[in-house]
Design a protein around this ligand. Structure first.
Ligand code: FAD
Length: 368
């Protein structure tokens, strides 16, 4: 049995804790906020999981593995915090994200349907599409109910015997000793330290990670026009709309309809805070452009702000040095992989794979 210290109790930290406990290790989680922390990137009503991953074949394979990993969690917690409403990516021109995804689906035999513009509009009467548009619908896909998952994971690992230190900031990690120093001067002794500090990593390890590219992403909960309320609730999640880098999560299981837009991402760190003008919500809605019927009748209800690390490689980074593993570059993509990555990290610690293999897998280089 090893002593596993985990800095950060977002989806990654909690998932590593669960995997470590399942393998019989002793776990201490160190979290600067509450658990879960409403400011963590992992915390929101929903996060999307879908097979669509553009041309990234390795990550497409990983999503298949991720679905299987979620199934084991649902069994363990006795709840299924996922709605399989299907996920739909819309292609407006050859070579765009949805089109690249289709090529990968065909190569990997991922089950899917290709829909014409009229079929898409029957499924999603809230959308208005050019005649040439094609839809790529795949199941399973849809919202993971993120805040409920974090709550249940926190309960699960607490029941499993993890020590959870809330409102405790880690200020240093000794990779040789395997220890963590907290802001109040305690030195916690461990055998293996996993750093899953999200957008705050550069503050904890400034000499190595001080220049990380950190982004602020704003989402908007919206009220659709009454005529489209039912169709949004009955329709699929939207992965992308042609050249518009936008997505939508349907209002299921008591959650709200949420719109996201890549155009509302900009460099920024958590020190800027988590407030956003509701006016910005109008911009998020406008980013859906001509594809949204009656766009002017949508009303922004609430803004949701989160931060994550994302460099140009768009690949998850799992850096191991002696007794320390840093998980970073989680991008706007890691939630769906939480339970899977937790299991893979602990498999590497237990010697079932090497840390080099872990890093290569995390970077999306899965061959089989
Ligand atoms: C707006 C937005 C939309 C997204 N959409 C999706 C999506 O649809 N699908 C998807 O799969 N992914 C999505 N993501 C990405 C995903 O949410 C993140 O990649 C993932 O949640 C990162 O998890 P994490 O545990 O690494 O980090 P976080 O959830 O940020 O957790 C890090 C934790 O570490 C704690 N911490 C930091 N430093 C310290 C310290 N020194 N001491 C103690 N505690 C510390 C923090 O308080 C925090 O609780 C989205 C992210 C955002 C922000």
């Amino acid at each position: 049995m090893a002593r596993i210290l985990i800095v950060g109790a977002g989806i990654v930290g909690l998932s590593v804790a669960r995997a470590a406990l399942r393998r019989g290790h002793a776990v201490t989680l160190i979290e600067q906020g509450e658990v879960p922390n409403p400011h963590a990137a992992s915390h929101d009503q929903h996060r999307m999981i879908r097979m669509h991953y553009g041309a990234a074949e390795g990550y497409t394979r990983m999503v298949g593995q991720a679905f299987a990993a979620w199934e084991t969690l649902w069994q363990e917690i006795g709840a299924r915090h996922f709605a399989d409403c299907g996920a739909l990516a819309i292609s407006a021109s050859p070579g765009d994200y949805a089109d690249a995804t289709l090529a990968v689906f065909r190569r990997l035999d991922v089950p899917h349907e290709v829909l014409g513009a009229a079929e898409i509009e029957r499924l999603c009467p809230h959308l208005r599409l050019p005649l040439t548009a094609r839809g790529l619908l795949a199941r399973p896909g849809g919202p993971l109910f993120a805040d409920r998952i974090l709550d249940d994971l926190a309960r699960l690992v607490t029941r499993g015997g993890a020590a959870i230190m809330t409102r405790t900031q880690a200020v240093a990690v000794d990779e040789t000793a395997g220890s963590v120093t907290t802001a109040d001067g305690r030195v916690l002794a461990g055998d293996f330290v996993v750093v899953a500090a999200g957008a705050w990593l550069s503050g904890l390890l400034p000499s190595e990670y001080g220049t990380l590219p950190v982004f602020r992403q704003t989402l908007c909960y919206v009220e659709p026009p009454p005529v489209y309320r039912e169709s949004w609730a009955a329709g699929p999640a939207i992965v992308v709309l042609g050249e518009r880098n936008v997505y939508a999560l349907p209002p299921l299981a008591g959650t709200g309809l949420k719109f996201g837009s890549g155009g509302r991402r900009r460099p920024g760190t958590p020190a800027e805070g988590f407030d956003e003008d509701l006016e910005q919500g109008r911009r998020v809605i406008d980013d859906f452009g001509p594809y949204l019927r009656d766009a002017q009748d949508y009303r922004p209800l609430r803004m949701q702000v989160g931060y994550y690390v994302m460099d140009d490689t768009r690949r998850f980074a799992l850096h191991q040095a002696r007794r320390r593993l840093v998980v970073t570059n989680c991008d706007g993509q890691m939630f769906k992989f939480g339970p899977l990555i937790g299991e893979h990290i602990m498999a590497a610690w237990d010697g079932e794979t090497s840390f080099a293999e872990l890093a290569s897998w995390g970077a999306g280089s899965v061959a089989t």
